[in-house]
Write a protein that binds this ligand. Structure first.
Ligand code: GCO
Ligand code: MG
Length: 403
């Protein structure tokens, strides 16, 4: 029997921070997992390094289900982003190893392709409407079939989703949390107008998405959903925080605009009511924050029974290892909806060499054995960890709002 001989954590910042797990077997096979939790990276690094890696050595890497239960039930303390991200990293590394041992890409191990590629959406943004329209046009010219549109709200500095002009928009770009402003009335007035301008410009054939980023109450979200119904959005994302799953019932009962949520949720129990009561259309849990392929597949399978489709989180704070795993799963599940995709920075690719590819708006998984991402450890050492935080949002009266 092959056993795990080494488990190592690599913290590296090629353009942004990533936490990567390397697992090596007695046969010399190497598996990679992503353990990045944006803004709280070192907590997961320690969870793995101090508490999980010592448990891995000597175990059979082939027993993925058993390992999952061992780490989940064995911790006693359940759920939560740190635990579920750490378990996910181990899970991804073991799927990578299983594929490499079998000589098969992970999608074959998951039952084979139900589709050739995963439709993705890109992130278009602008400081004003003309800039947003230019950005949307750029994605269309690159062949994207679906685009998320976010614009600044005039009069409110630093609104979510609009970058500061870097290579890609990345909200975790300061060494202390940036303080941004928020005002719901201005947003509710302006967002439907700029989304209408985008729909006018692209016509009916393009999928349009919008991220509300937890900024509205259920009642405000219902109003927003109604005000954009004629635009035929693919979805409105995170219209309200989802800890209170009941809150979605109110939104659901008042608007037909499709609803997506789940990027900050970590387990099947966190989305159970949303799915079984059909309160959402798309579930956005990700392979790296919701327990890996093994657990996310359970969430997606449950969702299928209730006509809920998938729409996994895929911002640049998920490393190429996560994105590769997501695409392997996406192409196999019957109820796939869409995959978020923000191309990583050039620097990131000095460390991570993925072999998925974007073709005509679809991410095509690699046919290489395993996940199909190699990690250059020597290059990783050139980019030491840098403290980076997500911003916070304050209402105009100075109090903290949901970010
Ligand atoms: C998205 C997300 C991200 C998050 C980021 C937090 O839909 O892509 O909302 O932009 O804010 O992943 O780390
Ligand atoms: Mg989001």
């Amino acid at each position: 029997m092959s056993t795990i001989t080494e488990a190592k954590i690599i913290v590296s910042s090629p353009g942004r921070n990533f936490v990567t797990l390397k697992v090596v077997t007695s046969d010399g096979v190497v598996g990679w997992g992503d353990a990045t939790l944006n803004g709280r990276e070192l907590a997961v690094a320690s969870y793995l390094r101090d508490h999980v890696c010592p448990l891995l050595v000597g175990r059979d890497p082939a027993r993925i289900e058993d390992m999952w239960s061992y780490l989940y039930k064995g911790a006693y303390w359940r759920r939560g982003p740190v635990t579920m991200t750490a378990i996910a990293a181990v899970d991804l590394a073991l799927w990578d190893i299983k594929g490499k041992v079998a000589g098969l890409p992970v999608y074959e191990l998951l039952g084979g392709k139900a589709r050739e590629g995963a439709m993705v959406y890109g992130h278009a943004a602008g400081a004003d409407v003309p800039e947003l329209l230019d950005d949307v046009a750029r994605f269309r010219a690159e062949g994207y079939l679906a685009v998320r549109a976010q614009a600044a709200v005039a009069g409110i500095p630093g609104v979510y989703g609009v970058g500061h002009g870097g290579e890609v928009y990345d909200p975790a770009d300061s060494s202390l949390p940036e303080e941004q402003a928020w005002s719901t009335p201005e947003y509710l007035d302006q967002a439907p107008k700029y989304l209408a301008a985008v729909r006018d410009a692209v016509g009916p054939g393009v999928h349009l998405l919008h991220d509300v980023h937890h900024r509205l109450s259920p009642n405000e979200a219902a109003r927003f959903g109604r005000s954009v119904e004629d635009l035929g959005l693919f979805w409105m994302e995170d219209p309200t925080p989802a800890e209170l799953q009941d809150g979605y019932r109110l939104i659901r009962s008042r608007t037909t605009t499709p609803i997506a949520t789940g990027e900050v949720l970590n387990s099947i129990w966190d989305v159970q009511q949303l799915i079984t009561e059909q309160l959402i259309d798309y579930v956005r849990t990700s392979v790296s924050h919701a327990g890996g392929i093994t657990h996310l597949r359970r969430i997606f399978n449950l969702a299928e029974l209730y006509h809920v489709r998938t729409g996994s989180h895929g911002a640049t704070d998920l490393s190429p290892v996560s994105l590769a795993a997501a695409v392997h799963l996406d192409v196999t599940v019957p109820n796939f909806g869409i995959q978020e995709y923000m191309a990583h920075m050039r620097l990131t690719h000095e460390v991570f060499r993925p072999s998925y590819r974007l073709e005509a708006g679809l991410l095509i998984p690699s046919d290489e054995p395993g996940l199909g991402v190699e990690v250059d450890e020597a290059a990783a050492e050139k980019f030491p960890y840098e403290p980076k935080y997500l911003p916070v949002a304050r209402r105009l009266d100075g109090s903290i709002h949901d970010w």
